[in-house]
Design a binder for this molecule. Structure first.
Ligand code: PMP
Length: 292
């Protein structure tokens, strides 16, 4: 079935077009250089989850690469909602991207006119339900996460090659995900998910300064944990901490919360999704069902 895609070129009023007509130029710097930003968002029961937070992150990513999004935040919010509704979707995945736009060959972003806004709302494909019950086996990649001074992982840019290289390593090893270390050799995040460990009963995750995307799900999980009176710490973590943790899980818009039971062949905890992981997943699902 053909989807309706929201497209806008520069400040000219955008709108919904059939998928076949949703086109971006081959001269768009988003395609030529990965020059642009994006968001992955979910809607549950027809409501866009943490909508404002995703929009704020998108505009901050754009600001960090000196890209002016040709729409006000309020209009962007409306356009996302309109796209979900027009496709008659209630539980779905939304991909929102803004490219630098069409320009001549050469890197200069100032020669690009009309950034291009694309909003896709489609059905979500996540890990099979069995993986949520059993937990994942993952690896540590040899590809390091981008150094923040080169390309800050807090920028959700269209250039995902760093993560893709690590994902290739995961695929080759037959694993679903890969932990990426930063240039200090400390744990940063996974290719498309943030990572959490339970150490001495406290929930630990690397801070933004470790070179991680500040995941929206990561933030929600930290809030939920605090409500459950679970101590939450943003701390530097090494592979030692991973291997000796009581529990490990990943968070992301697509994955939501998923337990990790093996890393690099070593068993984490007792090899089953742990109690804190299960509790947080239950609370997370309650929250998304509640439409808040
Ligand atoms: N880290 C990376 C590298 C990601 O691409 C993502 C999003 N897929 C995340 C973490 C999780 O972020 P969020 O919870 O906002 O989806």
């Amino acid at each position: 079935m053909s989807l309706l895609i929201y497209m806008q070129h520069g400040k000219r009023k955008g709108g919904l077009v059939p998928e076949e007509d949703a086109k971006v130029s081959v001269f768009d710097h988003g395609l030529l250089y990965g020059d642009g930003v994006f968001e992955g968002i979910r809607a549950y029961a027809g409501k866009v989850f943490r909508h404002q937070e995703h929009i704020e992150r998108l505009y901050n990513s754009a600001k960090a690469i000196d890209l002016e999004i040709p729409m006000k935040k309020a209009d962007m919010i409306k356009a996302v909602e309109e796209t979900v509704k027009a496709n008659k979707l209630t539980d779905c995945y939304i991909r929102l991207l803004v490219t630098r736009g069409k320009g001549p060959m050469g890197l200069d972003p100032n020669k690009c006119v009309d950034p291009c806004v694309v909003i896709i709302a489609t059905t979500i494909s996540m890990y099979p339900e069995e993986q949520y019950r059993k937990g994942l086996e993952i690896i540590t990649a040899t590809t390091l996460r981008n150094h923040p001074a080169a390309l800050d992982p807090r920028i959700k840019s269209l250039n995902y090659l760093n993560n893709i290289l690590a994902k290739i390593e995961a695929d080759t090893a037959g694993a679903f995900e890969a932990i990426m270390l930063n240039t200090d050799g400390l744990v940063a995040e996974c290719t498309g998910d943030n990572i959490f460990l339970v150490i001495d009963g406290a929930l630990c995750t690397p801070p933004g300064t470790a070179g991680v995307l500040k995941g929206v799900t990561r933030g929600v999980v930290m809030e939920l944990a605090r409500k459950q009176k679970i101590e939450v710490k943003e701390v530097e973590l090494s592979r030692y901490d991973v291997y000796t943790a009581e529990e490990c899980f990943l968070t992301g818009t697509g994955a939501e919360i998923i337990a990790v039971v093996k890393v690099d062949g070593r068993t984490i905890g007792n090899g089953k999704p742990g109690p804190i992981t299960q509790k947080l997943l239950k609370e997370f699902r309650k929250l998304t069902k509640s439409g808040k």
